[in-house]
Each structure stands twice: as structure tokens, then as C-alpha cells.
Design a protein around this ligand. Structure first.
Ligand code: F6P
Length: 526
């Protein structure tokens, strides 16, 4: 068990855990034949099964008391009401307002959202039906999204999951590494390529470097005046986008009340909308709203995001499992682990609480993952037998959208088998090498289908899970100052990479030595 916070609710939980520490997951199933029924919750085709976590009724009672004592309901209401819950930056966190079908979010932003959605819808359909044309009068055949982090992961994940393969083809370039953009440009024709620059800040080095290279590639082929026809910006900094040469009618706003990793639902989702069509994108927004409405209305004890968050708290803080494997058994969700990784680790990977005091408890887990069954042939060995373990979140989809026989039942059988094996283990018939200790917790989220509604619900479930955990740990989940220092150091290093100039800064001998060898291998003259 890792450290916990010194409050009555945390102490009660830790004390209770000590009295039940020898009960295994297998014991819990033996003791309660209806355990699945009482430890799973379903909402509109999304089934959340928490029964294979080592959490009994007494632990659930205390976890729910912890959620109440931590003010989860009040924090949730403050988020929906548009209070500035991102206290370090004095900002609201109103991503729920971007998909607010039934009017539960702060109404002050509704008109702006509706106007922007209408513009996005029109632009999306104009790109897809070919009525929007490039400089030479041809419709677009490739759309390349340039953005990173929240301006990349969510759009790419949803485009991969729901894209309908209609023309144009949507591609993504995120990395500062030129190989990424080079690959996206490889067989594209400048005359039929549209670039979307997704950057809330319009200052991100990776994105601006890629956008500049893309503009050069375009200009060299069809003239520098092509930027106006071939670029659009998804940003909170319209002036910076205009200074880049992007015309106002191609600039789609996001607002300071939308955090980067929560921005998929805003203009940043435009590449995804183009990949799937506006009606599908809108249905995904509705799906997310279905989860928002449930999160907002449902009592904590039957609230899916709250239950999922509490199971995570139990595994991290009470069981000491500081890692979380996210394993979707659906190839279309191959980018989900990366999306959840940013969501969890950038939101709750903090060292201090809201009040600036050092964090007393473990918080965000190390998140990693891969699709099943590929994961079974990489890290599942470690999950089953290595002394340190991870909690696992399996995601399965009941109805496939391909018509190849002989795949789907095998696929989901494997998901079920992995979760069962982790929970129950085996003595290996006395062979220590084959023994798996079992008693390893997992959660299964089963979707009826991977349609826009269920995908929207799934992603909103994760967003709210992370928010609830942040509230319980006392963290501001909406800032990310930890990424700044590295950015600053890189800015100092960049001019020194290719020159022999002596830096006014001193680096460690390691950095100086590596820099020296890099310069010589690059054959920069000294
Ligand atoms: O990683 C830091 C971060 O600010 C993320 O939160 C964000 O998603 C990403 O960089 C990209 O930022 P921007 O959209 O401003 O380019």
C-alpha cells in the first residue's frame, strides 16, 4: 500500500483495507455469487464491469464516503457551471459545453459554441463534397492535420475509429522529427492538399515547425499565395494564425476554457469531422453528452465515471499498483492508450495539491497500452507473472463492423480469458515456472458497438474519471506546468546545436558531451 492522505475518510479506507488484505479476488467471487451483477453498471450500451477488482462491499462504502468527503459532487457542479476550477491559470474547464445537448453546462458560452459548430459543419462538408477548392481549382484529396498532444491524439483516435475512408484521406503529422511530416507529404499533390494547423496556443514548436515546412512545400510547388487556400487554423490565437498567412474565414476558434487534452470536441476535432462526416461527428458529441448528463445527474454510487475513478484510487493508493495498462480489443482503438496516457498523466501527474502543498499520496499511474491481442504477445507475460503488477482496463466491442468470419468471437474470448486469468491465476500444476499468482485486478468496459455514440461516451467516461480522481487527490487536473522546463532548455540549446559558440548557460557534462559528439557526427565546423 502506498501513502495516503491524512483525513478520516482515507484512514478509514486504509484501516479497512488492512482487515481484508488476505481476501483474494477469487475469494470475493466465491463469497458472492452475484458479484458481477452488483459490481457492474450499464448505460446505453456501455457496460462497466468492476467486479474483477479486489474491492468488496465494505471497501466500496468507504470509497464512496471518500468521494463525498472530497467534494466530488460540488467540484463536478462547479465544472459544469463554468467556475474557474483551473485555479493556477484562472480558467474554466468547460469542455462539456462543447457537446451540451440538454443545457446543463454554463449557458454563457452556448452562442459561441453553436456559431463555431455551424462553421465547422459547413467547412467539413465543403471539404468532403469537393466544393471547397485549392488555389488551382481542384478539390482536396489529402487533409494533413498538423498538431501535437491534445491537438493530435483525440482527433487521430476518433478519425481512425470512425473515419469512413471517403475522399479526402486525413493524415496526421505531430512530431518535430521531419520524418513524420515527410511521410504525410510523401505521395500528396500540393494542388490537392489541405493543411489544418491545430494549436490552441499557436506557439508550439513542433506544430509551427511542421506548419512552416508544409507552407514551404506548398509555396515551392504552386506559389506562396496558395497558403490562404490550402491552410486552416484551429486556434485560440487568431492573430498569430493570420500573421502566418491564414485568412480569417479559415480560422476556427477554441477558447481558453477548453484544455488541450479536452479539445477534441472543439475546432481541434475538425480533422476528425472531415474523416467521418459532420453527422457522425455530431453523433459523437451527443454520445459524450450522454455520459456528461449521467455524470451530472446520477448519484455517486451508480455513477460510472465515479465508480471507475474509485476503482483506480483503490488500485493505486490502497493496492500500490502505480501502473495502468489500457488494452482495447479493437484495432480501431489503437490510439486509445496514447489518448488516455496524456489524459491521465498530464492531468494528474503533479507534485503539489491545489493549495500548493506537496502531494501526500500517489496520484496518476504510469499509463501504457496496446491493442489486444497484440498486447498478449508483448507485455502480458509481465502482467501475469512479474512481482510488480499493473491494474488493467480492457475495452471490448461486441459487434464488429467487418464481415470476416471467425475473428470476433475469438477476439473477445481472448479478452475474457486474459481478465479471468489475471484474476484467478493458476498453480501451474505444481510447476513454479508455469504458476501465475492471479489476484491481479482488471476492469472491463464492453461497448455494444463502436459507433459514434459509444465512442463519445467512452472518451467522456475517461475524461470524467480523471477529473474525479484529481478532485480526490486534491490536484488541479487542468494545468501542465511540468512540460515547460524542457521546452525552455530546448529553446536555449537550439542555437547552439550547429555552432561552436560558447553558451552563457552551463549544462551538465553529460549534455555538453553529447552535444559535442552530435556536432562532430553532424560534421559541423568548430
Ligand atoms: O504538452 C503540453 C501541451 O500544452 C498540451 O497540453 C497540449 O495538448 C499540447 O501541448 C499542444 O498545445 P497547443 O495546442 O497549444 O499547440
Amino acid at each position: 500500500m502506498t501513502s495516503i492522505i491524512a483525513t478520516d475518510a482515507w484512514r478509514a479506507l486504509a484501516g479497512y483495507r488492512n482487515t481484508t488484505v488476505s481476501d483474494t479476488i477469487a475469494d470475493l467471487f466465491t463469497a458472492d455469487r452475484d458479484r458481477f451483477k452488483t459490481n457492474s453498471w450499464e448505460l446505453d450500451g456501455v457496460l462497466l464491469d468492476l467486479s474483477k477488482n479486489r474491492i468488496d462491499d465494505g471497501a466500496w462504502d468507504r470509497l464512496l464516503t471518500l468521494a463525498e468527503a472530497s467534494g466530488v459532487a460540488a467540484a463536478r457542479n462547479a465544472m459544469f457551471a463554468g467556475e474557474a476550477i483551473n485555479t493556477t491559470e484562472g480558467r474554466k474547464a468547460l469542455h462539456v459545453a462543447l457537446r451540451d445537448g440538454t443545457g446543463i453546462a454554463d449557458p454563457r458560452v452556448a452562442d459561441d459554441v453553436a456559431a463555431t459548430m455551424a462553421r465547422l459543419a459547413a467547412f467539413t462538408e465543403a471539404v468532403r463534397d469537393g466544393s471547397l477548392k485549392g488555389k488551382t481549382g481542384k478539390p482536396f484529396r489529402h487533409v494533413i492535420n498538423i498538431g501535437i498532444g491534445g491537438s493530435h491524439l483525440g482527433p487521430m483516435l476518433t478519425a481512425e475509429a470512425l473515419g469512413d475512408a471517403a475522399c479526402p484521406e486525413v493524415r496526421f503529422a505531430a512530431n518535430l522529427d521531419g520524418h513524420d511530416l515527410a511521410l504525410a507529404l510523401a505521395d500528396a499533390d500540393p494542388a490537392t492538399t489541405l493543411f489544418l494547423v491545430g494549436s490552441k496556443s499557436f506557439t508550439t514548436q513542433e506544430t509551427l515547425t511542421n506548419a512552416t515546412s508544409a507552407a514551404r512545400w506548398l509555396s515551392e510547388a504552386i506559389g506562396s499565395d496558395a497558403v490562404g487556400n490550402h491552410f486552416a487554423a484551429l486556434t485560440a490565437k487568431a492573430d498569430a494564425a493570420r500573421a502566418f498567412g491564414i485568412p480569417t474565414q479559415h480560422i476556427f476558434p477554441i477558447w481558453d476554457w477548453v484544455g488541450g487534452r479536452f479539445s477534441l470536441w472543439s475546432s481541434v476535432g475538425l480533422p476528425s469531422a472531415i474523416a467521418m462526416g459532420w453527422p457522425t461527428f455530431a453523433a459523437m458529441l451527443d454520445g459524450a453528452h450522454t455520459m456528461d448528463r449521467h455524470f451530472y445527474d446520477a448519484p455517486l454510487k451508480v455513477n460510472l465515471p465515479v465508480r471507475l475513478a474509485l476503482a483506480g484510487i483503490w488500485n493505486i493508493n490502497l493496492e500500490g499498483l502505480n501502473a495502468l495498462a489500457v488494452v482495447p480489443y479493437d484495432e480501431r482503438l489503437r490510439s486509445l492508450p496514447g489518448f488516455v496516457q496524456q489524459l491521465e498523466m498530464e492531468s494528474n501527474g503533479k507534485g503539489v495539491t491545489q493549495t500548493g502543498t506537496p502531494l501526500e499520496s500517489a496520484a496518476a499511474p504510469i499509463v501504457f497500452g496496446l491493442t489486444g491481442t497484440n498486447a498478449q504477445h508483448t507485455f502480458h507475460q509481465w502482467l501475469h507473472q512479474a512481482p510488480l503488477g499493473a491494474a488493467v482496463e480492457f475495452i471490448g466491442v461486441a459487434r464488429p463492423d467487418h464481415d470476416l468470419s471467425g475473428h470476433q468471437d475469438k477476439l473477445i474470448a481472448n479478452l475474457l480469458a486474459q481478465a479471468e486469468a489475471l484474476a484467478m491465476g493458476t498453480d501451474g500444476d505444481g510447476d513454479v515456472n508455469r504458476a501465475c499468482p492471479g489476484n491481479r485486478p482488471s476492469t472491463t468496459i464492453l461497448l455494444e458497438a463502436l459507433d459514434p455514440k459509444r465512442l463519445g461516451m467512452l472518451l467522456a467516461l475517461y475524461e470524467h474519471k480523471v477529473f474525479v480522481q484529481g478532485v480526490i487527490w486534491g490536484i488541479n487536473s487542468f494545468d501542465q506546468f511540468g512540460v515547460e522546463l524542457g521546452k525552455q532548455l530546448a529553446a536555449h540549446l537550439i542555437p547552439e546545436m550547429s555552432t561552436a559558440s560558447i553558451s552563457s548557460r552551463t549544462y551538465s557534462s553529460s549534455t555538453a558531451g553529447l552535444l559535442d559528439r552530435y556536432r562532430s557526427w553532424r560534421e559541423y565546423t568548430r
